[in-house]
Design a protein around this ligand. Sequence first.
Ligand SMILES: Cc1ncc(COP(=O)(O)O)c(C=O)c1O
Length: 457
Amino acid sequence: MQLNRKTEEWQRIDAAHHIHPFTNPQVIAKEGARVFVRGEGIYLEDSEERRFIDAMAGLWCVQLGYGRRELADAAHRQMLELAYYNTFFKTSTPPIATLSERLAALTPAGLDHFLFANSGSEAVDTAVRLIRHFWNLQGHSEKKVIVSRELGYHGSTLAAASVGGWPSMHAHGDLPLPDFEHVIPPYWYVHGGDRSPEEFGIAAARAIEQRILEVGPERVAAFFAEPVIGAGGVIVPPSTYWPEVQRICRKHDVLLVVDEVICGFGRTGRWWGSETYGIEPDLMTMAKGLTSGYVPLSALALGPRVARTMMQRDFAHGFTYSGHPTAAAVALENIRILEEEGIVERVGSDTGPYLQEQLRNALGDHPLVGEVRGVGLLAAVELVEDRETRRLFPENRKVGELCWERCLAHGLIPRAIRDVMALSPPLVATRADVDEIVRRLAAAIDETAGLLRVAGK
Ligand SMILES: Cc1ncc(COP(=O)(O)O)c(C=O)c1O
């Protein structure tokens, strides 16, 4: 295809000097990056004037969609008033004080104190460090081990990637660090075998208890988990999983850290995944949807048990941009819009259930589809070789990638995670938008099935 001169130039300088996350530079150099130049609502436009539905809300974060003037205005106003000041030396600013109060009202009961950072990884990293310090202060300096799940994603810093359960990340940089343990995720489709999802949910939770007992409860500091595993494949836990996890953590005095970086701010149809699943976290991380991704901001929320100790003394931790006033001003405006437009309620009672229903209607019986799963505006379609036996495709067939290419050809951007087609559209998506997303995805999956049949001959 003939690209316009500007696109070629951007691709050339990008490939020459920009190292992309999780991407082979050789591939970028050969194929050229797709250059996005503007966004409006749920749509993105690239430098060739092609329009796409962003069915991933960027990286699971653009809750309000693109081009919201109110968010730009909030940043603009705050930048002119006081663009930046730090929070280190007994100082604060109105936006971060106000945001702390707003978040205390918005988060589940008891989570009333917040440390701020810039990314989900930093919030998770902060949690790991704070938990170690907390247990030291409690006189339990032997409590150091963090338990989490295979396929869980918690970020890219040394600690966050160690909490995460991705072998491909552990292979880069000699991870996990010592004292990080991983157990199976509640992935019924792959690990469930003959058990019902409910039976398997209990078994997957008991795998955590088993590991706690092997390590010794006196050595286990915390269990980290996303309410629904996102980047690891939109793994929706069976209904029995979370109550059992909560019981196990309490029984063995293990802090429960819920990573709400994807699920927070309405993704699952409630403000927090913790509400959707009835979880009572000791600590909670949030990022992404906190500002709809317009500027970087993350937070770690402390529940009463940890706060009681940490509010007594200083914690030698923080970043130049902890509590950045401009980011806080955008977050406040973002929360105001989410509330005033009733967006979270709409996801919970209308557009979320509608997406799940339409996906099941369109694709539930498709020969290439093993499972359609999801909650709220978070969904996945698992492409499989054999529906009857739940057999996945061999990795080297790259079926997810093939399907993703077909989606792009239809102007739809989902994410391919292995052979799982993940969807996480902006929360402002309407029923008509949902119809269009499902129509384009179904067409791409049909074409993928056709291509596989041809290749199979
Ligand atoms: C659940 C979860 N935690 C943490 C992170 C890391 O966030 P960031 O990429 O902002 O560092 C992510 C990113 O996708 C995530 O999905």
